[in-house]
Design a protein around this ligand. Structure first.
Ligand SMILES: [Zn+2]
Length: 120
């Protein structure tokens, strides 16, 4: 029990590091793209995400999506809900969390949402 708590703590630190790194890259990429709102000196993460997405620049959108996933994972860790599916609240397959620590959905919900995307 104690060792698994330490692992979660380490994971949270790793993810918070990733989150900071992504935030920095996103700010730089947005500044380089000249879509920075001049009146926004210190934009919040949500503003950065919407700025990035409004550019329709694939690399910016990809960064924004990664940052969103990392942020969501950090939130679930803080709430003690880490490892539970965002849709059905069942446990996410542990090997999927090892492959992608920001994985927010179990396999069946992912399969379901992929099905939806294909038919949209
Ligand atoms: Zn699920």
């Amino acid at each position: 029990m104690a060792s698994s708590e330490r692992t979660q703590h380490q994971l949270q630190q790793d993810l918070e590091h990733q989150q900071q790194a992504l935030l920095t890259s996103l700010k730089q990429a947005i500044a380089a793209n000249e879509c920075w709102h001049e009146h926004t000196e210190n934009p919040e993460m949500n503003e950065l995400l919407s700025m990035a997405k409004s550019t329709h620049e694939p690399s910016l959108c990809e960064l924004a999506t990664k940052l969103e996933k990392v942020d969501a994972a950090v939130c679930t860790l803080k709430m003690g809900m880490y490892g539970l599916c965002a849709d059905c609240e069942e446990a996410i397959e542990p090997e999927d969390l090892l492959t992608d620590p920001t994985q927010a959905r179990c396999r069946s919900c992912r399969a379901h949402s992929r099905y939806h995307h294909d038919h949209n």
